[in-house]
Design a protein around this ligand. Structure first.
Ligand SMILES: [Zn+2]
Length: 62
């Protein structure tokens, strides 16, 4: 279970980084006009962010 959590977190951070790196270099994405390259990156990040937040809210606080 711990492994799955870590894996999701790693993928979430990796998607965050990919999305942000692209946006920092892409004028269209900076203006919220997601380009053809950026769109899947941003969608993946949004999906993983949702999944991660859902998982966090289900975990009891330590
Ligand atoms: Zn872009």
């Amino acid at each position: 279970m711990t492994h799955r959590q870590d894996d999701l977190y790693v993928r979430y951070m990796s998607a965050f980084s990919a999305s942000r790196t692209h946006t920092s270099d892409c004028e269209r994405c900076q203006n919220s006009q997601d380009c053809i390259v950026g769109t899947p990156l941003h969608e993946r990040f949004a999906r993983l962010q949702d999944a991660y937040n859902t998982q966090q809210s289900r975990q009891p606080r330590r």
